[in-house]
Structure formats: C-alpha cells, structure tokens
Design a protein. Structure first.
Length: 501
C-alpha cells in the first residue's frame, strides 16, 4: 500500500463497519463494530506517525487532480484529530455494551455510531468546502438518529432543538460556500487560499469570513447560539452523550481553524476583538450555567460550552504559540469530558439517578470511581499535574505573550469557577452521606469490564499526557505550524498530491 492510500482508510473503514453492523445477530454486531473501530484506530495511528515525521499525505479521489476533484488531506492537525476521534469511538463502543438497551441496538444504534464516526473523519480529511458541508450533513443525520433513538419525549424535544439550530448552521454554511464559489470559481481549499489572497475586493472576504464564523460557531456551540446543546445532550443514553460532548462541537472548532485560517488569515486580525468577545462570553455563560445545574449530565453539557471558549480564544490569537496551546487543550478536553460522562454513567448504573441531591456516599461505596473522577475533574479544572494544567498554562502564556490581558483574565476566572463546579459534584455525589437504599449491583463481570475499561483507559491517557508534556506539546506544535504556515498544505494538495488512489 502506498502511503497516500492511508488517507482513505478513516473514511472507508467506517463505511464498511456501518454496513456490516446491520447484521441481525446482537453479538455479531458488537464484534463487527468494535473490530471496525479498532482497525480505524490503527489506521489513524499510522497516519499520525507519518504526518509527524514526513509531512502531509494527500489523495486525489477518482483520478481527478486538484482543484477539479475531491482532495483528502491528512496533515499533523488532521491526524491528531482523527486519532483522538478513533480513541473516543472505541471507548464509547465498549461502554455501549453495558449501557445501550436491546431495543436501541435493534434499531441501528451501532450502524449509526459508525456512520457518525464516518462523518467526523470525513470532515477532518476533506480538502474541499462543499464536501465539508456533505460531511456535516452525514454527522447531522446520524447524530439526530442517535439523539432520538428510543423515542422518549425529552429526546424528541431536545432533538428538534438540536436539528433546528444545526440546519440553520448548514444553511449559512451553504450560502457562504455558494458565495465563495461565485467569487473564486473553486471550492478546493488549497486553491482558494491562493485565489482569495489576491482578491481585489477585500470587503467580500470579510463577509465570507463572518459567514463561516457564524456557521462553524453554531456547530461549536459558541455564545449566543449554544442553547440547543444543554437542551439536547442530556436526553439520550450516556454513551451517546459522551461521544457528542467529546467530538461534535470540536468538529466545528476544527473547521473554523481550517477554513478561516486557510482562506482568510488576513481577516482574523480584523475580527480579533469580535472573536475574543465571543470567546469570553462563551466561557462565562457556559461555566455559570454549569454551576447552576444539579443534574450531572446538564452540568457537564454546560461545561462543554465553557471549554469551547478556550478554543475560540486560541483561534483569536492565531499564531503558532496560540494554536499549539489550543491543539494541546483540544486533546485534553476531549479526554477529560468523555471520562467525566462515562464516570457519571457508572454512577447511574450503581445509584439509578443523575441528580446530585439524590446521590451521595460514592467515595465510600466506590473509592476507585472517586479516584477516576478526581483525576478527570482536576484535569478539566486545570489543576497540576494533569494534562489540563499544562494545556491551560500554555494557552494563558500565549495570551500574555500577545498582550491580550482581558481574555486571559476571563480564562483564569472561568478556570476557578470550573474548579468550584467540580468540587460541587464531589461534595454532592461522592463526599456527603449517601442514601440508605441499597446500590444497584452490576453483577456480570463482562458488564463491569465494559463500564470500567474505557473509563480507566481515558483517565490513564489524561495522566500520561500530564507526565509526557513535551512530546505532546511537540506534536501540537507541528500541527499548529502546518495550520498557520499554509504553504506546506497548499503545496501538498496542488503539487504533490497523488491521483487515482
């Protein structure tokens, strides 16, 4: 296999996995999905290794060279996002064994899970604006099915809010793509980066940048159009909430970085005050919303919003130091957020509730779960020696170097409030005296393994990144250099990309 053929695998494997998971037999479905997602992880790790050592990989689909065909591009940033997506998808697939009921399995839960991974991977890999739109629609279709699977009233209500705002985002995105084609005559991102930089009507590039910022901002859940997220993410089974919370908003952030950073880098400086305002408002409203909640899933859903604010802050800096810190932060927050959702799912299996007032005593009844929670929660709050501390430190240092003291102050204040909300969960669910009712016993060893194995693996990665800071930072720096310094990307697509793979 030629190296560039690796780029196709994160698209091809989920397609085959989704199709094969339509088999009738329950055990076969689970085995096929877990096998497919594991193979996807191996392929993504191979891509990560190659892009870190040898640069971007490009495949031009169907033998049509760029900019006429569809380019699939994997650079260092893409490979990091693909790998973390693959890790999360395997963890959620294993966790689903213990938490997804037979009825949801029967109605295509696992095929939709694989289809969601396909959409996410395709969004990361595509080098074309229109196929990015197609990837978003694949994600929207599969995520809406997963969100409403089971047909409970709260799911339908949350699903309608979810799909309404995301359809609005897709409409804005499609309008921006049409305007871009009308102005530049192409939708290949590498070609666009060259044509738009020489455009003699700079006002249109500002309009286009704002349209893309709006479309991707809705997908990412930034202020003020984030209310669909906490209204919907807590309604499906916890395995679905976990993968949504980990990945879907991050695709919006990645697209913001990639499209606006590649096509309109000159506009980022002009829009910087707006971007920092949105970042700060997203941080504050998200964390204040979290503090007000007493239901664990809603609390953690609001924290998704607050953490997105940090990633928007890094985008506003848009230099190698700032994007390096943001990539580091992205990896950390995906791992920490997923681990916290899985931990809440384990607590629900034991206690039968997500309400903090009804929980208690978990520190005594399940000290190992308490340990896992402390590691993930302290990392989310940015406490040493966990990964979150180094990620937030790097982002704050980048802000200080850029003399953006206002957004740095907001980031520090948000981190303090995040710590407060994590202590709130600890006090209510773990430390206070528990109910006198007997805990639900998770008797089957296989079920316990499915609950704990992925959770332990994610917490171990959080700890490992906190220890191996330098290698992770170097990986993030290569990704940032590839994003900020556009020449390698455009050259790889327009000159060195292989056709006919």
């Amino acid at each position: 296999m030629m190296p560039s053929s690796l780029v196709v695998l994160p698209v091809l494997i989920p397609i085959l996995t989704s199709t094969s998971a339509l088999v009738r037999y329950r055990v076969a479905r689970r085995v096929l999905v877990l096998t497919g997602l594991t193979l996807n992880l191996i392929a993504c790790l191979a891509l990560l290794t190659h892009t870190q050592t040898s640069g971007p990989l490009v495949t031009q689909m169907a033998g049509h060279p760029a900019p006429f065909g569809i380019s699939l591009v994997a650079d260092a940033l893409t490979a990091i996002m693909l790998t973390i997506t693959a890790i999360i998808s395997v963890a959620v697939a294993v966790f689903s064994y213990a938490t997804i009921d037979a009825n949801r399995e029967r109605f295509a839960y696992y095929p939709m899970l694989a289809l969601l991974v396909l959409g996410i991977n395709f969004a990361f890999l595509t080098g074309d604006v229109f196929t990015l739109y197609v990837a978003f629609e694949v994600m929207l279709m599969s995520s809406f099915v997963l969100l409403t699977l089971g047909g409970e009233r709260s799911q339908i209500g949350g699903g309608l809010k979810y799909v309404a705002l995301n359809l609005m985002s897709s409409t804005v995105f499609l309008i921006a793509a049409a305007m871009t084609y009308g102005v530049a005559g192409t939708l290949n991102m590498a070609e666009l980066s060259q044509r738009l930089s020489g455009l003699e009507a700079p006002g249109i590039t500002t309009v286009l940048a704002v349209l893309y910022l709006t479309a991707f901002g809705i997908k990412a859940g930034i202020f003020p159009l984030f209310f669909w997220l906490p209204a919907s993410y807590h309604t499906p089974p916890i395995a679905v909430t976990a993968i949504f919370g980990a990945l879907l908003t991050k695709v919006g952030i990645y697209s913001m970085w990639r499209v606006i950073g590649l096509l309109f880098p000159q506009e980022i400086g002009f829009l910087q005050p707006l971007i920092f305002t949105l970042a700060g408002a997203t941080m504050i409203t998200g964390v204040l919303g979290a503090i007000a909640q007493m239901e664990v899933r809603r609390l953690l859903s609001f924290h998704i919003i607050s953490q997105i604010g940090y990633l928007v802050m890094g985008f506003g800096l848009f230099n190698v130091v700032g994007i390096t810190a943001s990539v580091f932060f992205m990896v950390h927050v995906i791992l920490a957020k997923t681990a916290l959702f899985l931990i809440s799912g384990i607590a629900y299996k034991s206690e039968g509730t997500y309400w903090l007032k009804k929980l208690g005593g978990l520190q005594r009844s399940n000290p190992f779960l308490a340990f896992l929670f402390l590691c993930a929660a302290m990392s989310l709050a940015g406490m040493p020696p966990f990964a979150g501390f180094w990620a937030k430190l790097a982002l704050i240092q980048a802000g200080l170097e850029a003399q953006q003291y206002g957004i740095v102050a907001v980031a520090i204040f948000t981190s303090i409030l995040t710590l407060f909300s994590m202590i709130k969960i600890w006090n209510e669910a773990f430390w206070k005296k528990g109910s006198t009712a007997p805990a639900r016993e998770v008797a089957r060893p296989l079920v316990r393994t499915a609950l704990y194995a992925p959770t332990i693996a994610l917490v171990a990665l959080i700890i490992l990144i906190g220890v191996l800071v330098e290698p992770m930072y170097q990986m993030a720096q290569r990704a940032a250099e590839g994003l900020v310094e556009r020449a390698n990307y455009t050259t790889a697509v327009l000159v060195n990309g292989e056709a006919g793979e």
